[in-house]
Write a protein that binds this ligand. Structure first.
Ligand code: SF4
Length: 330
C-alpha cells in the first residue's frame, strides 16, 4: 500500500535516528516549503537531539544552512526533501540529506510503462526528480524488456544520471528523441521545455495516474519579452545575489554590472539569503536582474513591483535581436 507523505516522513526519521549519536546533538534541521506542515512532528521525533529547525524558505539542495547551523552550535544538520549535490563545496558541519523518496507500487511501475507504450515511444530520454530517482533503474529495466530504448544520461557535478533540477537539465545530452519526465508538478518539466525547446516532452505522474504532453509555454515567452521591453527603458538596475550555497553567483553579478555600465546604465549589487522585494523597499533602482534561483524571475515575477530579468536576459536588454536563452545554474 502506498505510504502517505507523513508515513514516509516518519519512516525516514526512524531510519535516520539509527545513524545519530549524542555527538550529533544539537541538531539543525532544514525542511522544504512543502513539508513545513511537519515541523513540530519532526522536532518531537528528534527531541533527544536538541533540535533547532530553520523556518526560512528552502526550495532545493542549493540551500544548505550548514554554516548558520554551526553558528547556532549545531553539530549536525539534517536536510530533508533533496539529494546532495555531489559537486557542492564540503559543508562546515556533518550534513545528512534525506530526500524522502516515493516508494512506487507495482501498479505505478506498470502505469508508467504502459503509458510510454501507449504513446508509441521507442527511444526516450528518461528523467525525474530526487523523489523518484531510486525507481528509475526498475523503470528502465521494464522498458528495455519491452524493446524501448532508454538513452544514457550523464552525471554532472550537480546531477545524478536521469535526475533534473528546476534549474538544470543539462544531463539530457540527446537533442532529438522525446523526453519523458516522471514526477508530479510542472516546476521541473517546464524547465526542461524551456531548455529543450525542439523535443517532445511527456510528463507522467504515477501518483495521479496522469500523463500530459508539455510544450514550451508561449505565454511565458511573451511575458519575458514584455519584461525585457520594460527593462530597456530603465536606467538604474539592482543585481540580486543570493548567499545560499548553491545559488551564489557573485562573479556573474559583477560581470553583469560591468556589461550594464558599458551601455551607460547604473548598476548596484544587492545581496541577501532569500530574495524578496520587501528587503528592497525604498531602494532607488528601476529594475532588477536576478542571479539567484532562476525561478524567481520566471515564476515569481508577479510578486515584484518592478521588472525583474533573469541573468541571461541581460543579453537581450543590450541587444534585442539576440534570442532568449533560459537561465540555468550549472
Ligand atoms: S536554484 Fe535550482 S536547485 Fe535551487 S531551488 Fe532553484 S531551481 Fe531548485
Amino acid at each position: 500500500m502506498q505510504l502517505s507523505l507523513k508515513e514516509t516522513f516518519v519512516r525516514e526519521i526512524e531510519s535516520i535516528r539509527k545513524e545519530l549519536t549524542e555527538k550529533d546533538s544539537p541538531l539543525g534541521i532544514e525542511l522544504p516549503e512543502g513539508l513545513k506542515q511537519f515541523s513540530t512532528l519532526v522536532v518531537e521525533l528528534l527531541k533527544d537531539y536538541e533540535p533547532v529547525l530553520f523556518v526560512d524558505p528552502c526550495y532545493g539542495a542549493c540551500d544548505v544552512k550548514a554554516n548558520r547551523a554551526k553558528e547556532l552550535g549545531c553539530k549536525t544538520l539534517l536536510h530533508f526533501g533533496h539529494k546532495e549535490m555531489k559537486g557542492a563545496r564540503k559543508t562546515s558541519i556533518k550534513t545528512l540529506f534525506i530526500p524522502l523518496e516515493y516508494i512506487l507500487e507495482n501498479e505505478q511501475f506498470e502505469f508508467i510503462v504502459s503509458e510510454i507504450k501507449r504513446l508509441g515511444l521507442k527511444k526516450i530520454n528518461l528523467v525525474t526528480t530526487a523523489q523518484y530517482l531510486s525507481s528509475i533503474e526498475r523503470i528502465k529495466r521494464l522498458l528495455e524488456r519491452d524493446g524501448i530504448e532508454v538513452l544514457a544520461s550523464r552525471k554532472t557535478k550537480r546531477l545524478q544520471e536521469h535526475q533534473v533540477l528546476g534549474c538544470d537539465a543539462s544531463n539530457i545530452t540527446d537533442k532529438s528523441s522525446p523526453i519523458v519526465f516522471i514526477g508530479d508538478g510542472y516546476f521541473h518539466a517546464d524547465n526542461i521545455s524551456y531548455s529543450h525547446k525542439r523535443q517532445d516532452i511527456y510528463v507522467i505522474n504515477p501518483l495521479a495516474r496522469a500523463t500530459e504532453k508539455r510544450s514550451l509555454n508561449e505565454l511565458f515567452l511573451r511575458q519575458r519579452y514584455a519584461a525585457i521591453a520594460k527593462a530597456m527603458e530603465c536606467k538604474s538596475f539592482g543585481i540580486l545575489v543570493s548567499t545560499k550555497t548553491g545559488q551564489n553567483r557573485i562573479r556573474l553579478a559583477r560581470s553583469i554590472k560591468h556589461k550594464l555600465e558599458g551601455v551607460g546604465k547604473t548598476a548596484y549589487i544587492f545581496a541577501s539569503d532569500y530574495i524578496n522585494e520587501n528587503y528592497l523597499l525604498g531602494v532607488a533602482v528601476e529594475c532588477y536582474i536576478n542571479t539567484a534561483c532562476p525561478r524567481i524571475a520566471y515564476e515569481d515575477f508577479t510578486s515584484f513591483k518592478k521588472p525583474i530579468l533573469s541573468a541571461t536576459e541581460v543579453e537581450q536588454l543590450i541587444d534585442i535581436k539576440k534570442k532568449i536563452k533560459i537561465d540555468q545554474i550549472r
